[in-house]
Design a protein around this ligand. Sequence first.
Ligand SMILES: Nc1ncnc2c1ncn2[C@@H]1O[C@H](COP(=O)(O)OP(=O)(O)OP(=O)(O)O)[C@@H](O)[C@H]1O
Length: 318
Amino acid sequence: MIVVEHLSKHFGKTAAVDDISFEVKEGETLVLLGTSGCGKTTTLKMINRLTEPSGGRISVNGKDVLAQNPDRLRRGIGYVLQNNGLFPHYSVAETMAIVPKLLKWGQTKINERTKILLEKLHLPESYLSLYPNELSGGQQQRVGLARALMADPPVLLMDEAFGALDPITRASIRREFKNLDELKRKTIVMVTHDVQEAFEMADRICLMDAGKIKQIGTPAELLFNPADAFVASFLDDQRLQLELKTVSLNDLWDDASFTGEKSVPEISAASSIWEAVSFLQKNNLKQVCIHQPKTNSWKLVNAEELMHAFFTHKKFGS
Ligand SMILES: Nc1ncnc2c1ncn2[C@@H]1O[C@H](COP(=O)(O)OP(=O)(O)OP(=O)(O)O)[C@@H](O)[C@H]1O
């Protein structure tokens, strides 16, 4: 879907992006992760030509982006800006109508799509007349996403989309966004410097440093097969939490000695260990029943057995 080949960007003597190549498959979420100044935003902005590359090639859906009219290209790629990027003098309704108007949609179609997205993003219709300064950070974030989704673009670029939010709102909004059906169908490239966020949102992570790619792979690959010492140490501070979020109940299914028994409450085997333990804690439960949809079977487990299985799991246990 998106193919980046030998892409570079120099600002004077600074090589902001230095000969990087990667692909993003259709429907995949790729997270560009790395410390401040490593070239994430510059990479993202070259995909929709807000920044012109110094060298290399990018194609979206088989078409070279440099061969396309930049305005037309951008109308087909949703973009959620750092700190929302909402225009202060545009109401929510006007903000959501920006791209549809460029695409010459009629007012009825704009109203219909606006209504659908407000509902999906849990924004009341009464907000349509409000301006950004009348909205909370979380609400602004929802409007920023709604604006990017109006024309239902197949590709979405998100730059530190949750950056301006407090940690609790940030975690709950990104969980909500991850489960939005509108986002599940899209090819997404997302920039963040937040490791936990990257691990929660990504199908694959592209870890960058000083304009180069250090490793690109699934969260589990980066955690359990780091390409080098830089990758390992980048994740070290938060390793335990990341492992608990990455290893699923499915991963432990075969070698854990849980009791096979059907009961309620139930949790899917696709859930992470972190989700299972949080579920037990939040609901003040001693045991939870794991459901394995593939074989339609169940296993009963308590928190102690779960943690024991996690720490003795053979494939991981770094
Ligand atoms: N317009 C510009 N002019 C000059 N230098 C720039 C410009 N944009 C970015 N840079 C430089 O390029 C490098 C990469 O910047 P970039 O914004 O891509 O990093 P980043 O990883 O997204 O960082 P952050 O998370 O802080 O946004 C930095 O050294 C930055 O100072």
